[in-house]
Write a protein that binds this ligand. Sequence first.
Ligand code: ADP
Ligand code: CA
Length: 512
Amino acid sequence: MGDILHWSQTKSEDFLGREEMKTKNPWHRPWIICISVFFVAGIIAMVVVAVVQNKPLHQKYKYGIVLDAGSSHTSLYIYQWPAEKENNTGMVQQKLACNVKGKGISSYSPEPKKAGESLKECMDKARDTIPNHRHHETPVYLGATAGMRLLKMENDTASEKVLESVEQFLQTYPFSYQGARIITGQEEGAFGWITVNYLNDYLRKASGTLGALDLGGASTQITFVSGQNLESPDNSIDFRLYGNDYQLYTHSFLCYGKDQVLKLSLANEIQSTNQQLTDNITLQDPCFHKGYKATKTFEDVFNSPCVRGLRLTQNKFVHVGLGDGEACHAAVRKVFNDSRCTHSTCSFNGVFQPPVEGKFGAFSAFYFVMNFLNLTSYPLDVAKEQLARYCATPWNTIIQNHPNVKEKYLSEYCFSGTYILTLLEDGYNFTSKNWKDIEFIKQIGDSDAGWTLGYMLNLTNMIPAEVPDTPPLPYGGYVTLMVLLSLMILVLGLLACKVFRRPTGSTQKEII
Ligand SMILES: Nc1ncnc2c1ncn2[C@@H]1O[C@H](COP(=O)(O)OP(=O)(O)O)[C@@H](O)[C@H]1O
Ligand SMILES: [Ca+2]
């Protein structure tokens, strides 16, 4: 019996010991294992869901197309931005720029049908570049500038027909066609300003902005934030962007693009020769190189509403270069009229302009010409000297030095450079002191400086008046925080398990 008792005592002691072990080691209890597994799985699932749900959507872009129908040529731009970040500043980038072959759409006024067809190559390229599933939601805008403004002034129906032609053609593509129109000079200036400030990410920082100088073939624009009283309402535009108010001064000078000014200047010179406009007069031009000689018709010069007062004739004249920078400057100055200013300050032709303020980005032909002449980073005085030297270089040497540059451009760089320096100094009143505030730019990042991006941002409402709501944490910070918090919960959970188990056991014993 004793043995049995002893045996049973031992058995019961052994049994109690195992029970105690089970209480000490919670993993022996299936429900604890179950809860723990679910607990850990839940945390892992939470982190995975957070990461997957908030993962930036790579390669998912939206697109927009803008055609810049300029006076000299048309360019097509494709912009792209991450599909889920429409309102974040700095998100829209240029994906592609395509130069339409041939001249600007206004040159097709005698056969308007061809205006639309001229866009085919670039539009096909756009169709191939943008993924098919995005085609139907991709907006297409065409904005025409000074060439079409001039055509409209000359012949309203002709300009309508050209616009109809491009409209019909653009509608044959699977994109979302949003219209073809002539934009105003104010829009051209203001959207150029928005583009350069958007690309520099200046719009959300209230620290400072970049003025915009745009030189085309038929018009030129100056736009900047001015602290002065803007005396002329036509030159004033108010914007509220990302919660900041801007008062912009802007002016577009129709006929003061470099191609029209060349015509104006030639017309002045022709008139001042006091010769009858009969065949074969010779025009000695200080703005063209020595040795340059070309036969041109009077129509080439006078076929524009910018150049008035003379009959169009098919008669020819011989255009001969003199290569005299100083005389060229004097000739170019004559296209500016400084006599009449009814405001406190003017630029030229009686147009109100407050003194220039802040830094400027000068793009389009400002850049092409100054970059070709290698004058983008010199003080004004040095730039003038170098330009005079360039103008004095014989035409033969110029051709030899630049065999791959279009001869038309090449022959005109002396004139264009002189016009640019004269426009900036005598026209807009930049001085040798603030000359360094002008930066000649082609692109910012990978996007061209010009009015097209600003135009699209405005029409797609991608620059809100107020600061958009953004998540308080950046994506990386958010994921890190989620992981840390989850780990913390896990550790706390395990600790709680341990701590909770021990005191419970002793309390039970005490009660027994
Ligand atoms: N590589 C270049 N060198 C010099 N001038 C250029 C070059 N490329 C373009 N241009 C000039 O830039 C100007 C662009 O003007 P454009 O946009 O067509 O006219 P607008 O803006 O007045 O409607 C034209 O005068 C054209 O000749
Ligand atoms: Ca232009």
